[in-house]
Write a protein that binds this ligand. Structure first.
Ligand code: SF4
Length: 213
């Protein structure tokens, strides 16, 4: 059984796949915050801007099997006669998707022809089979998944030493300004940090900037 908050078809807005069409499967629940505003200040992760509670979002629900969920993702993309060397991407996100995603689900997505990506906070080891692993570490949590394709860090988290990450095994190291009322200042600070530390690249949330639904 998989509990899913929402499923929608859009463009990836961030990081190395920015601009690429993708089906987003947002899994319900996270292990670093329960998603309730009254407990935000006591959570390990306090700057979350995503509603991952429950299964009441667009196309959300409980899916009894991996095949059922993978078929739903295909149905929502609704791509007919899809012909490309670039397979359609499905992004397992959350909340924390690795509380639920397992190898049978990854295989079911692949059986539908998907390129299977995950966006995780890194506190749970990823099962085998993903085509793309993006880890976004949160200050104060223990990161188990120290390898993958893309490390994407929200800039300005207190108590986080960015230089520690550069020994981890990733192809891309991204810094993303922290969204919120101070986004302009955070963006300028992130740009300055990247210029001073060129191992890092700037990632912007283009879907928010361009209002991509
Ligand atoms: S780890 Fe991700 S989903 Fe969980 S509370 Fe933090 S930002 Fe939100």
């Amino acid at each position: 059984m998989y509990s899913v908050k929402e499923i929608f078809y859009s463009l990836q807005g961030e990081g190395a796949h920015s601009g690429r069409p993708a089906v987003f499967v947002r899994f319900a629940g996270c292990n670093l915050w329960n998603g309730l505003e009254e407990s935000r200040e006591s959570a390990t992760c306090q700057f979350c801007d995503t509603d991952f509670v429950g299964i009441n979002g667009l196309n959300g629900g409980k899916f009894k099997s991996a095949d059922e969920l993978a078929s739903k993702a295909t149905e929502i993309a609704n791509i007919k006669q899809y012909q490309s060397n670039l397979p359609l991407m499905v992004i397992c996100t959350g909340g924390e998707p690795l509380l639920q995603v397992d190898e049978p689900l990854i295989e079911a997505f692949k059986a539908q022809g998907f390129y299977v990506a995950v966006e995780t906070n890194g506190t749970i080891k990823a099962p085998a089979g993903f085509d793309w692993i993006c880890v976004s570490p949160k200050a104060g949590s223990e990161i188990i998944q120290q390898q993958g394709n893309e490390l994407k860090v929200v800039f300005g988290q207190s108590g986080m030493d960015l230089s520690n990450f550069l020994t981890w095994r990733f192809e891309h190291f991204y810094l993303q300004p922290m969204d919120g009322p101070a986004i302009d200042q955070s963006t300028q600070e992130t740009i300055a940090y990247c210029k001073a530390n060129p191992s890092w690249k700037l990632s912007l949330q283009n879907h928010k900037i361009l209002n991509i639904p």
